[in-house]
Design a protein around this ligand. Structure first.
Ligand code: UDP
Ligand code: MG
Length: 312
């Protein structure tokens, strides 16, 4: 019998946990009746919830001490940290990452297990087709994938969920990346191995509501680009160099004009605009450089990604 570790990050999810557990149990019962025997091993990560999430998880652990385990953070460290903690502590032969809100359908698990068992893949990921989304959000998300695809060496498929099933050696490879700034979609792509993607129809949350505001998603995309690409730095150098070149030509023209045609005190508005433009470009480039320095600063401190308060 093989065990499947299910890593489930939970942040204020008191309504969803029980439902999630029952649904997944049902899927495993059905699967075990039909095919090979698999044993689910739940690993809930309580990401500093302020509601009764941890209470519900503790009760679940008490009722099923053998295959329900949990890690509880001392505060909210974010889903990336929760996934990292889960991947480091999962012991199963296979490891799956799942959201607790049932937006990652557990019914796909049998198919994913079948693929990873019979075909030469180390990871099975999920791509979500149409999900009812606000059009601005959908547009921004599509643009993000385009930008990261052209700027970065790692390839990230659009609309890939964090929902994935991985082999032991794949998880080991992921765990070897110990960076503080984690952008897991990039990390999963960076480690390589063969990944198969299956598609499914997106769906609404079973209960509760999403924790991501549009601004947070935007920030997350910037992180993703900065973590996996140095293209912005190169663009900054190029833009800076190009405007220096233009400025030199401008100076030359002004000097030549002054020598041959005399100088009139005209054109100061254009001068001011050029100064402003230059200042703007400099600040822009400084900002990009600063973003990377900020990352280096955080990495250099070697802080842990999360603090565990309780673990069973
Ligand atoms: N989550 C978490 N920490 C956070 C925010 C979210 O562990 O700071 C968990 C959350 O409980 C859920 C999963 O990450 O299981 C996905 O969150 P959500 O459903 O809000 O995101 P969406 O599905 O809208 O992308
Ligand atoms: Mg969700």
């Amino acid at each position: 019998m093989e065990t499947i570790s299910l890593i489930v990050p939970c942040y204020n999810e008191q309504e969803s946990i029980q439902l999630f557990f029952e649904t997944v149990e049902k899927v495993f019962h059905q699967m075990n009746a039909e095919t090979k025997q698999y044993q689910p091993d739940y690993l809930f990560i309580n990401d500093g919830s302020s509601d009764d999430t941890i209470k519900i998880i503790r009760e679940l652990h008490k009722a099923h001490p053998d295959n329900v385990h949990f890690i509880s953070f001392s505060r909210n460290f974010g889903k990336e940290a929760a996934m990292a903690a889960g991947l480091r502590n999962a012991k199963g032969d296979y490891v799956a990452l799942m959201d607790v809100d049932l937006q990652d359908p557990p019914e796909l698990l049998p198919e994913m297990l079948h693929i990873i068992n019979t075909e030469p893949y180390d990871c099975v990921g999920c791509i979500q087709t149409s999900r009812k989304q606000n059009p601005i959000r959908a547009f921004l998300s599509a643009s993000f994938y385009k930008v990261i695809d052209s700027l970065s060496d790692v390839k990230i498929k659009p609309n890939v969920r964090d929902y994935r099933l991985m082999t032991r050696r794949y998880v080991q490879a992921v765990n070897e990346l110990t960076e503080y700034n984690r952008f897991s979609k990039g990390i999963f792509s960076w480690v390589g191995f063969q990944t198969k993607y299956i598609k499914y129809q997106g769906r609404e949350r079973a209960a509760g509501e999403t924790h991501w505001s549009m601004f947070q998603l935007f920030e997350y995309s910037i992180e993703g680009i900065v973590d996996f690409s140095d293209a912005p730095l190169r663009i900054a150098t190029f833009v800076g160099g190009f405007s220096c070149f233009l400025a030199m030509i401008g100076i030359l023209i002004v000097v030549v004009r002054a020598l041959f045609f005399g100088d009139a005190v005209a054109g100061w508005p254009s001068l001011v605009s050029i100064i402003l433009l230059m200042g703007g470009i400099q600040l822009f480039c400084l900002g990009i450089v600063g973003k990377y320095i900020g990352k280096i600063y955080l990495e250099a401190k070697h802080r842990p990604q999360y603090i565990i308060e309780e673990q069973e």
